[in-house]
Design a protein around this ligand. Structure first.
Ligand SMILES: NC(=O)c1ccc[n+]([C@@H]2O[C@H](COP(=O)([O-])OP(=O)(O)OC[C@H]3O[C@@H](n4cnc5c(N)ncnc54)[C@H](O)[C@@H]3O)[C@@H](O)[C@H]2O)c1
Length: 250
């Protein structure tokens, strides 16, 4: 069974669709109940067993309860895809570090960094009690976390960098349990988050700086999720996969 957070839209929903195509039962987890119902309806054509779980990744009790409900209905989670995330700032809002409020910092880090930690921890606690063969954790970072984010939200950049490190320590600690942990560092991807953050006039210039000549789609990232979740990626752990059209090269 695959549990996908942030699954009401964007990369999470596209990832759920890709995993459904591989025959997974899917728990769609998100803060947004209406979005979840729409997402479930959108996956009806896959024929997969899909359940919705309303959950706030930043809240310890909500994560615990969400996993308990998902596993009671669908069985143990073997693939965990952590897409839930938020970005502060946006057009017209200062992204100067000197102007970032503590509230903004806490809010963004609570969802992106703490939320990734809480979901990972709940998964690992449950797999300690009930192991699965070939477990997978896939985290979502960003080229912003790798590059510094230029004019982006500093709290977002820091939270996405935290995920890079958390992925690696988790990969070391989970290996003995047969669980791989990998991160996708996505470049600019046209989703709700992208639309809210980007000045539309700046999009052509951004696309021109991407060697493959365009902003990514949620399906571009979902393809990488599907690969990392599958048997073909069984000897990959602790890796960060750049899915960015060449926007950042190592
Ligand atoms: N779009 C991009 O350009 C881009 C680039 C790099 C990385 N990412 C990362 O990919 C992931 C998915 O982003 P997206 O672009 O699909 O964004 P999105 O805004 O389309 O989707 C994010 C989802 O997370 C959910 N969510 C937010 N707070 C939550 C919470 N506290 N608990 C549960 N769910 C919550 C939202 O309701 C939404 O459905 C994020 O972690 C983001 O940082 C996105």
């Amino acid at each position: 069974m695959a549990l996908v957070t942030g699954a009401a839209g964007g990369i999470g929903l596209a990832s759920a669709r890709a995993l459904a195509a591989d025959g997974c039962r899917i728990a769609l987890a998100d803060l947004d109940p209406d979005g979840l119902e729409q997402a479930k309806a959108a996956l009806a054509d896959t024929g997969a067993v899909v359940e919705t779980i309303v959950l706030n990744v930043a809240d310890e009790a909500s994560v615990k309860a969400g996993f308990a409900t998902a596993e009671a209905v669908l069985g143990p989670v073997s693939i965990l895809v952590l897409c839930a995330g938020i970005m502060g700032g946006g057009p017209g809002i200062s992204s100067e570090l000197a102007d970032v409020t503590l509230e903004q910092w806490e809010q963004v880090n609570a969802v992106n960094a703490r939320g990734t930690f809480l979901c990972m921890r709940e998964f690992l606690r449950r797999r300690r009690e009930m192991p699965v063969s070939d477990g997978r954790i896939i985290t979502l970072s960003s080229a912003a976390g790798q590059l510094g984010g230029y004019r982006g939200d500093p709290a977002y950049v820091a939270s996405k960098a935290a995920i890079l490190g958390l992925t690696k320590i988790a990969a070391r600690q989970c290996a003995e349990q047969g669980i791989t942990v990998n991160c996708i560092a996505a470049g600019p991807v046209r989703t709700g988050m992208f639309e809210r953050a980007m000045d539309p006039d700046a999009v052509p210039g951004l696309a021109a700086r991407i060697p493959l000549g365009r902003v990514g789609s949620a399906d571009d990232v979902a393809g990488a999720v599907r690969y990392l979740a599958g048997d073909a990626a069984r000897w990959i752990t602790g890796a960060t996969l750049d899915v960015n059209g060449g926007y950042r090269m190592q």
